[in-house]
Design a binder for this molecule. Structure first.
Ligand code: NAD
Length: 259
């Protein structure tokens, strides 16, 4: 199918074929086609809720706040076991082809792993909502088990110690997992190609990763529906959907490898 993006797809595939260390960096836009809204698009989560009210401090403050948090997560679909979309499967395929070193993700939805990407090659900067952690005894429980209790108890507590249960995702005001952050920064600097998919690139420190890659001389591909602050540095910029364009790029890579 030839269209206005055929040349950009060829260029992206060519860059992937020529590169030895390719990193993908994914944001909420990677998963909108799986039915999980992003935060900043019109109609996204922050058009319905005030981010200032969804901090770790407010979550820990009282059970009424916790109920509001759990209700927002449930409405957003983030607590549910959603299905990957063709964009996630394309990245898993790229890894199987030996053309993707790792995925650094801001997403907390577990969909890269569910699509078949190796868990050890998925660096989750903001945690994973499919796990719930007790803020007192640190016991980890699968989200699906906590969801069963949520209908009866809208601010669930730890069954072992009565502590506050929190999705194992990084809230505003919380530290990012430091080892994962350090590993992500190192891999970004080692990359010779960095592919940004579905991120506004305005959430820090995650958004430093493409900057580290660029500073170290990497080429940059951006696939995103709206503008990003790094568009001017992109070697290939595709304004389109991840689930549409990633499979086309990976098909073109496969065709190039077969030659
Ligand atoms: P964001 O909401 O700031 O931006 C998403 C970007 O993706 C936007 O620029 C939008 O234009 C683009 N986009 C939307 N659908 C797209 C598609 N189908 N294809 C390509 N681009 C698309 O998201 P962010 O930059 O990841 O930062 C928001 C924070 O929200 C992150 O910290 C992340 O942890 C969290 N978050 C995660 C999920 C998830 O895990 N699925 C969902 C919502 C928010």
């Amino acid at each position: 199918m030839a269209d206005e993006y055929s040349k950009a797809i060829e260029q992206a595939a060519e860059l992937i074929l020529r590169s030895g260390c390719v990193t993908a960096f994914t944001g909420a836009g990677m998963s909108t086609e799986s039915g999980i809204p992003d935060f900043r698009s019109p109609g996204g989560i922050w058009s319905k809720a005030n981010p200032d009210e969804f901090t770790i401090q407010s979550f820990m403050a009282d059970s009424e706040n916790r109920k509001r948090h759990w209700s927002l997560f449930s409405e957003s679909g983030l607590t549910l076991d959603m299905e990957p979309n063709p964009g996630h499967y394309a990245l898993a395929e790229l890894e199987r082809l030996g053309k993707l070193r790792c995925i650094i993700t801001q997403n907390v939805d577990n969909l890269h792993q569910k699509a078949g990407s190796s868990p050890e090659n998925v660096l989750e900067l903001h945690g994973n909502m499919q796990r719930v952690v007790c803020m007192s005894c640190r016991e980890v429980t699968p989200m699906r088990e906590v969801l069963k209790r949520l209908a009866m108890d809208s601010a669930p507590q730890c069954l072992l110690c009565g502590g506050i249960l929190k999705p194992d995702a990084v809230f505003f005001g919380e530290m990012l997992p430091q080892q994962i952050l350090a590993d992500s920064a190192e891999i970004s600097r080692q990359s010779d190609l960095f592919i940004v998919i579905g991120s506004t690139l305005v959430v820090y420190p995650a958004a430093y990763m493409p900057v580290y890659a660029l500073e170290a001389g990497a080429k940059l591909i951006i696939i995103n529906l709206s503008e990003t602050p790094l568009d001017q540095y992109a070697d290939v910029r595709i304004t389109g959907k991840a689930g549409e364009f990633m499979p086309r790029i990976v098909d073109t890579v496969k065709a190039g490898m077969a030659l």
